[in-house]
Ligand binder design. Structure first.
Ligand code: ADP
Length: 420
């Protein structure tokens, strides 16, 4: 059922308006008419129109009451009085106490990791806590180790970035020089060794950066994680907890995970159970794939501020393309004598060939394969849009004009069809 046109909602204090934009090519415009409202922790400006597009699932929350107008077709729109926002605000207040203490004593602020199964609102809570922190004048570090969605960069990566202002409603957190590491798959299970290696590396570099930035250090970290919580997935979470030396784990909506973590974590780690919001919407596999595609398209083409990527041809022979660990490429692409999966974290040279079409390539800062590539931050990404085997060239989509930097390129399993 599709509801249409102009809708006005009066929200009581402590309630939220939830809506979804489902139908293709639809646009919904939101405007706060009176009072104060926020969207996942970002304050909305009264009288300013905000646009939402296909796939958006939104909650406009108010602590004080407000009236809100929606223009356009929404799939669902309703006001909910029951929300866990007071509980989340209490979590923020507790973290804030730790930050005050850290500032006074010149120690490290709270390192909080958010865990739970898929679609319980982990990413949303991460955003909320970061926004509240930055609105209090803090400069927290946002860490995302969810390779499935890759909120800081693109799917197939993990990363960290310093948050200096609240997330923009339409474009998310602004990113200046984020730290990004290549994984190249959608789930940690595709290469557990590599995942552990890069999570440890990210933790190491973030800790190092905190040592040089007092403000960030006392503000602490908020870490978003994958929804894979059983078996090896659980081990990946405890590994991350150890690597980042977390002192708070917020468990969303999963009692078993809460009990396991309480049992397995050292005593100084506070494990807190939190309810999920009734508004969190489950996404189908197709919607997840679409969300990944949107992330990648945004990387190349921007969101509200459009980017204009470059497209050009490069010779196979001019590129240093490597793949990390096990083979998901046909044997014909592997150098002679190299057995697939010799070592999960070893670099394997890839001979450019037809299956590279539509693949993403991470541009490393490392100049040569010997230069500790897995531990190197990424400069960015390019996408192979076409392969000409006869002329031995690849056509690539790149945020930067030619030439490509003469550094190592890491092949990702992720694909992107550029039909912009
Ligand atoms: P997870 O990170 O656990 O997979 P997300 O935080 O990405 O979950 O939430 C899933 C979806 O639900 C997102 O599209 C998000 O915008 C939406 N969502 C979260 N909280 C609410 C809410 N209170 N009302 C409406 N939609 C919500």
């Amino acid at each position: 059922m599709t509801e249409v046109q102009l809708q006005e909602f009066k929200l009581e204090p402590d309630s939220e308006l939830r809506f979804e934009v489902e139908s293709k090519n639809e646009k919904v415009v939101l405007e706060v008419k009176t009072g104060y409202a926020e969207l996942f922790g970002t304050e909305l400006v009264k009288g300013k129109p905000y646009e939402f597009h296909t796939g958006a699932k939104v909650a406009v929350f108010t602590w004080h009451g407000c009236t809100v107008e929606l223009r356009g077709r929404t799939e669902v729109s309703y006001v909910a009085k029951e929300t866990p926002m007071v509980v989340y605000l209490n979590v923020h207040a507790a973290l804030e106490q730790q930050r005050i203490a850290a500032e006074d004593q010149g120690t490290r602020g709270p390192v909080a990791m958010i865990v739970g199964p898929g679609d319980v609102g982990k990413s949303t809570l991460t955003k909320l806590l970061l926004n509240y922190a930055v609105r209090m004048g803090r400069r927290p570090i946002y860490v995302d180790i969810d390779v499935g969605q890759g909120h800081i960069s693109i799917p197939g990566t993990i990363g960290a970035t310093l948050v200096e202002r609240p997330a923009s409603i339409e474009e998310g957190f602004s990113q200046q020089a984020p730290l990004v590491y290549h994984f190249g798959h959608k789930s940690p299970g595709d290469n557990v060794e590599l995942y552990k290696t890069i999570v440890s590396r990210l933790a190491e570099v973030v800790t190092e950066r905190c040592e040089h930035n007092k403000k960030a250090s006392s503000s602490g970290l908020i870490i978003n994680t994958c929804g894979w919580i059983k078996g090896t997935g659980y081990k990946m979470l405890t590994h991350a907890a150890q690597a980042f030396e977390v002192d708070v784990i917020l468990v969303l909506d999963n009692e078993r995970l809460f009990i396991e973590l309480k049992r397995d974590m050292p005593k100084f780690v506070k494990v807190v159970y939190l309810p999920k919001s009734g508004g969190v919407v489950e996404r189908s596999a197709t919607q997840r794939t679409e969300a990944r595609d949107v992330r990648i398209r945004e990387y190349f083409y921007g969101t509200r501020t459009p980017y204009y990527p470059h497209s050009f041809d490069v010779k196979f022979s001019d590129l240093k393309i490597y793949k990390v660990g096990a083979a998901s490429l046909p044997a014909s692409c592997m150098p002679l004598g190299m057995r697939a999966a010799e070592a999960k974290t070893r670099l394997v040279a890839v001979t450019a060939c037809a299956p590279l079409a539509h693949r993403l390539l991470a541009v490393s800062f490392a100049a040569a394969p010997g230069d500790d590539v897995l531990h190197s931050n990424l400069a960015g990404f390019i996408c192979v849009t076409a392969v000409d085997a006869e002329r031995q060239t690849l056509t690539v989509l790149s945020p930067q004009p030619r030439p490509l930097p003469n550094t190592v390129l890491l092949l990702s399993e992720l694909q992107y069809m550029d039909n912009h």
